[in-house]
Design a binder for this molecule. Structure first.
Ligand SMILES: Cc1cc2nc3c(=O)[nH]c(=O)nc-3n(C[C@H](O)[C@H](O)[C@H](O)COP(=O)(O)OP(=O)(O)OC[C@H]3O[C@@H](n4cnc5c(N)ncnc54)[C@H](O)[C@@H]3O)c2cc1C
Ligand SMILES: NC(=O)c1ccc[n+]([C@@H]2O[C@H](COP(=O)([O-])OP(=O)(O)OC[C@H]3O[C@@H](n4cnc5c(N)ncnc54)[C@H](OP(=O)(O)O)[C@@H]3O)[C@@H](O)[C@H]2O)c1
Length: 295
């Protein structure tokens, strides 16, 4: 997958102070909920697994409603009942691929966030609200055919790409698949790195990703083998020289971008500068963008 590539690729980031244990995972089969069940929710989905990655990041899975159809890369509204009894909903990318039996989400924990200050405490067996209307622009349908697809993520913006790198269509449509993920700290890369590693063993797409999926993690505030903003590494050409990509342009390259507003704005300028045009479901082109969060 990432063999034979120098520097940032193929070298697991070194963590200065590894925790004694891995991230805490709680699944429905091993642990009973220790809080009382909430009253029946509208559009309820039952939590089956929760995994805490850092003090500000966690992932969880819920049972997939039988009727829910979505395209890999789309987002839905999920939430809990608020104090007033009204649903408190937020947009969340579905991190699992369209074929999966369960729906996975990868979430921030905002200390005073109306939703995530509570959502971070969910346990297997709890229920969340899941509105059954997936939407979004980070979908294959919004791009014209190309040779290479680039997924550019910062922070929790990796979530839609966690879906897309598990979708066989990604490997059917493109010869090469590049996932870049930039976070402040090394530990914030763990979710993506573990996912990429696990794909090699995946019975469904393990063979498809071999030699096609290239992972390029970088950090900006903590030392790691590959430091710096991805925008900087694009501008100075190190991204491409590290990966052995000789040219980048609208004839061969397609891109999806998901991060903060500032990140998306800077990426758009770089992609437009390289000659790519922004696409949409209604009018496919060479790149698409979605915010990982508002604010
Ligand atoms: C299209 C779309 C898809 C999204 N997908 C995801 C997802 O897959 N995972 C996810 O964790 N969030 C995602 N979000 C953000 C999510 O909707 C909420 O903002 C987040 O869950 C926090 O909710 P909250 O009510 O606790 O705080 P909010 O009141 O919603 O946010 C408070 C502040 O926290 C910061 N913040 C919010 N979300 C994030 C984040 N993800 N990363 C860093 N800082 C953040 C911002 O500064 C924001 O102003 C998405 C947002 C959009 C628009
Ligand atoms: N991550 C944390 O450890 C942490 C801890 C407490 C609070 N927070 C708060 O949480 C919010 C979100 O933090 P976050 O780290 O998830 O997201 P973020 O601020 O968007 O940063 C995520 C990554 O994207 C990079 N980045 C940001 N803007 C960019 C741009 N215009 N071009 C290229 N790269 C860009 C950052 O690099 P730079 O480092 O160079 O900006 C960082 O590596 C912020 O308000 C932050 O203050 C974060």
């Amino acid at each position: 997958m990432d063999q034979g590539l120098p520097l940032c690729t193929g070298v697991p980031p070194q963590r200065p102070d590894p925790p004694d244990e891995g991230p805490e995972t709680v699944t429905q089969t091993t642990t009973e909920p220790d809080t009382p069940r909430a009253p029946a929710l509208p559009d309820a989905a039952t939590v089956t697994e929760v995994r805490h990655w850092t003090d500000r990041l966690f992932s969880f899975k819920v049972e997939r409603p039988r009727s829910l159809r979505f395209r890999s890369g789309e987002f839905v509204m999920i939430g809990l009942l608020g104090d007033t009894g009204k649903p408190l909903l937020r947009a969340y990318s579905i991190a699992s691929p369209a074929w999966a039996d369960e729906l996975e989400f990868y979430s921030i924990k905002v200390p005073d966030g109306p939703l995530t200050s509570r959502l971070q405490h969910i346990r297997p067996g709890d229920q969340i609200i899941l509105r059954p209307k997936p939407v979004g622009t980070l979908v294959h349908d919004a791009l014209l055919p190309g040779k290479r697809i680039w997924f550019f993520a910062t922070g929790t913006g990796i979530a839609p790409f966690a879906s897309l790198i598990r979708d066989p269509q990604t490997y059917e449509d493109y010869d090469e698949v590049y996932l870049t993920h930039t976070c402040r700290d090394v530990a914030e890369l763990d979710y993506g790195r573990e996912l990429v590693d696990s794909l090699r063993e995946d019975p469904l797409i393990g063979e498809m990703v071999e030699g096609k999926l290239f992972y390029y993690p970088t950090t900006t505030r903590e030392e790691s083998p590959c430091m710096g903003r991805i925008t900087t590494r694009m501008e100075d050409g190190r991204l491409f020289s590290d990966l052995g990509v000789e040219s980048f342009g609208p004839e061969t390259d397609r891109a999806m971008v998901c991060g903060s507003l500032a990140f998306n704005t800077d990426m758009k300028a770089l992609l437009e500068g390289a000659g790519l045009r922004e696409g949409a479901n209604s009018e496919p082109a060479e790149y698409v963008v979605e915010k990982a969060f508002v604010g």
